[in-house]
Design a protein around this ligand. Structure first.
Ligand code: PLP
Length: 440
């Protein structure tokens, strides 16, 4: 049994070493340790070759017409929709794929179309990207109540079910994985929220690059993601994957080219197309959609379970290394339990921007700031709410993280290291060396 596990581990290590040499040689050629996978995945060389080969031999026109070039584009888009659904373990009978510019645009489609009114509520995890928190502006404008689920010391949701049970039914939005702390929130909350009468928007952006997600097992009504976070290329393309029954509840506030069955100026009327077509404004990004197949080939070639194990192994190395440095404070879980490959931390007495700059000069790409996740940041840094409110009101348009830190008398940002498919143990060791030399 033990021999079998060791064999698998060394086979997988050889696989990822080969992948790094074959697909990501530019990292070692430029001596760069890239630890910003939650910012963006890196593209593999094979994706570029496959996409360009397709473009060179194909003739692609504006889709939805009957010419051969138009049909070629429509076919590519239809095939991409099926591939996305297959990756998430569902099909066109139950789910629709709406191509968007990114996760933010996918979330906004739900935000602006959800039937909020005074009899409904919006429940948000405090740990959410700004692109999800922004839904509250649509909800509040429609008179819906807005509730936030608090976070505990590990930055996990505190009393999520009780908060949902106490709220009027409506929309519940949370991330499968935090882009701040790496916490994986319980996906069982989707069915719990359904039982309490909620529709659920799952922000899968930070979770799906290194973990399989079955929308058959996790029946979220709306799932938002960005493809560059999955496999680096193309940028400018994301998706809202919606259950068809949930999609039918949305009310689009406008129409555009491509979304209507008919529109009339004289009769002042229009009718939206059914399903995904009502939600894709204008001409879809058909040439970039054609690049998705090669991205999914990269993930399928490695296998999502194997990617998950690889990333978990590197995360453990990085986490243990950081926790061994006495001057480093890690925010969020201190072990691998229900967490992904994103780690936020600070070196005591060294501002995050200095750490980021020092690492950059030594060829290590980290990220500093609040990562567009103010709720997780506020909980992590323990900023007192009335003081924070006072500082933000005083600073107004003069806001900078440095001024907020001075006003609040506390740190207001962190360093984030995040891992993915292309990383190896040497990247982790280089990042730890840089951090250790600053934390002495
Ligand atoms: C969890 C999460 N949600 C949403 C977003 C927003 O994604 P995008 O900028 O691609 O719209 C991000 C981006 O980092 C993220 O990590």
């Amino acid at each position: 049994m033990l021999t079998l596990a060791v064999d698998t581990r060394s086979r997988d290590a050889a696989f990822f070493a080969g992948l790094r040499a074959r697909e990501f040689a530019r990292l070692d050629a430029q001596r760069l340790a890239y630890l910003d996978y939650t910012g963006s995945a890196l593209y593999a060389e094979s994706q570029l070759y496959a996409h360009h080969a397709l473009l060179r031999r194909g003739i692609f026109g504006n889709p939805h017409s009957d010419s051969a070039p138009s049909r070629a584009s429509t076919d590519v888009i239809d095939a991409a929709r099926r591939r996305v659904l297959r990756h998430f373990d569902v099909d066109e009978r139950t789910h629709a794929v709406i191509f968007t510019a990114n996760t933010s645009a996918a979330v906004k489609l739900v935000a602006e179309s959800y039937p909020f009114d005074a009899s409904t509520s919006l429940v948000l995890s405090s740990d959410n990207h700004n692109s999800v928190l922004g839904i509250r502006e649509y909800a509040a404008r429609a008179g819906a109540a807005v509730h936030a689920i608090a976070l505990d010391e590990e930055l996990r949701l505190r009393d999520a079910r009780a908060t949902l049970a106490a709220a009027k039914r409506g929309l519940f939005a949370f991330p499968a994985q935090s882009n701040f702390s790496g916490v994986r929130h319980p996906l069982a909350l989707v069915s719990d929220a359904h039982r309490l009468g909620f529709d659920v928007l799952l922000d899968a952006a930070a979770y799906v690059p290194s973990h399989a997600l079955s929308l058959r097992d996790v029946p979220a009504d709306f799932t938002a993601l960005s493809f560059y976070k999955l496999f680096g290329y193309p940028t400018g393309l994301g998706a809202l994957i919606a259950r068809r029954d949930a999609l039918a509840k949305l009310r689009r506030p406008w129409f555009a080219g491509g979304t209507v069955l008919f529109a009339s100026v004289a009769a002042n009327t229009h009718r939206l197309r059914p399903g995904h077509e009502a939600f894709e404004d204008g001409t879809p990004d058909f040439l970039n959609i054609a690049a998705l197949d090669a991205g999914f080939d990269l993930l399928d070639g490695a296998g999502m379970p194997r990617i998950a194990v690889h990333v978990a192994h590197l995360t453990e190395l990085l986490l243990d290394g950081l926790l061994a440095l006495h001057n480093v404070r890690v925010y969020g879980p201190r072990d691998l339990t229900a967490r992904g490959g994103t780690i936020a931390f600070n070196i005591r007495g060294v501002p995050y921007w200095d750490v980021e700059a020092y690492a950059r000069e030594r060829g290590v790409a980290l990220r500093g700031g609040c990562f567009c996740n103010p709720g997780a940041s506020e909980a992590a840094f323990g900023i007192e709410t009335s003081r924070l409110r006072g500082c933000l009101e005083t600073l107004g348009a003069d806001f900078t993280p440095q001024r907020l830190a001075a006003c609040a008398g506390t740190v207001v940002g962190a360093v984030r290291a995040s891992l993915g498919l292309a990383n190896n143990e040497a990247d982790v060791a280089r990042a730890l060396d840089v951090i250790a030399s600053l934390s002495r």
